[in-house]
Design a protein around this ligand. Structure first.
Ligand code: YXS
Length: 264
């Protein structure tokens, strides 16, 4: 199927509530450029339709909510894999700037950049099948500073370090305790629960909602950092995404084998 006809999401809107359903099961809803462009376009369309609340979900019964960044699209050869202009980063910004609450309804496993996407949503509702793993150390990816700030805006530092340094999936109950999830509900109730939550927020004053969300985004995302400090961190990241280990991590996934990291 050509890029243009690739089926990534379904989206719908009713009663001021928009729903985006990740629908690329063959690639486990990998956050490919096509998927990201489709989500960003759906959010822009919702804004035109004065949608007040958005729900992002996977298809019913999905074992994988999203397998994260499309590893096949991760650039190797000295290009930043998480640069500002990356479609995934663009979509995270679109979620964080949407002028109303965006709820992540999570059933199934969440991996890598999809965890960042879930934390870029304003609220998270999940059932017991949900797990959350952030995986740059599995591939040798130097996560980006903005992305780390997304985690710091939600989770305690020791929890963030355990998640990043082990890359281990956090089960739903642990994710609730750590603050990843707002509500952990039974699978048979999650649709009705999430819709009720969305309806309650959609009935509130939208202008006040939008300005409060934007103030909270500015207060959590726009942290000043000295220019030379940022440049030093970027230099450190460049050494990592230009390393043999990063190339090995991406190649190992493609070749379906365990990576052999040498620290070079
Ligand atoms: O073999 P085919 O061609 O059928 O393709 C397989 C997988 O290669 C493909 N696929 C992906 N392709 C690109 N990027 C991905 N993230 C990705 N995930 C899966 O989809 C086809 C079916 O996958 P398969 O057979 O493995 O399915 P499964 O049900 O046995 O296992 C589901 C998963 C999610 C456990 C497994 O696919 C998996 O471990 N995927 C990778 C999860 C991951 O490490 N994601 C992090 C991506 S990197 C990222 O997000 C950031 C850059 S960072 O690293 O910084 O977090």
């Amino acid at each position: 199927m050509g890029e243009a006809t690739e089926h990534y999401i379904t989206s719908s809107a009713a009663d001021g509530i928009g729903t985006i359903t990740l629908a690329h099961a063959a690639r486990r809803n990998a956050l490919s450029h096509g998927m990201m462009d489709a989500i960003s376009a759906a959010l822009a369309g919702f804004q035109q339709q004065s949608v007040r609340v958005v729900i992002i979900a996977a298809e019913p019964g999905a074992k994988v909510w999203s397998s994260g960044h499309d590893i096949g699209e991760l650039p190797v050869g000295g290009l930043d894999p998480l640069r500002y202009a990356d479609p995934l980063e663009h979509t995270l910004r679109a979620i964080r700037r949407f002028p109303g609450p965006v709820i992540a309804k999570v059933q199934g496993s969440v991996w890598g950049g999809a965890f960042d996407l879930v934390l870029s949503c304003d609220l998270v509702v999940a059932d017991a099948s949900a797990t959350f793993a952030i995986t740059p150390v599995n591939l040798g990816v130097p996560y980006n500073t903005t992305g780390l700030l997304h985690f710091m805006g939600r989770l305690r530092l020791n929890v963030i370090k355990e998640l990043f340094f082990t890359a281990a999936p956090a089960e739903a109950a642990q994710a609730l305790e750590w603050g990843v999830i707002n509500w952990l509900v039974p699978a048979e109730e999650i649709d009705a629960f999430t819709l009720d939550l969305a309806r309650r927020m959609a009935a509130k004053a939208p202008l006040a909602m939008a300005v409060i969300k934007e103030q909270l985004r500015v207060l959590s995302d726009e942290v000043p950092i000295a220019a030379q400090t940022f440049e030093r961190l970027q230099d450190m990241r460049r050494l990592v995404y230009d390393s043999a280990d990063y190339r090995e991590g991406v190649a190992a996934f493609r070749e379906k084998r365990a990576p052999r990291f040498t620290g070079r």
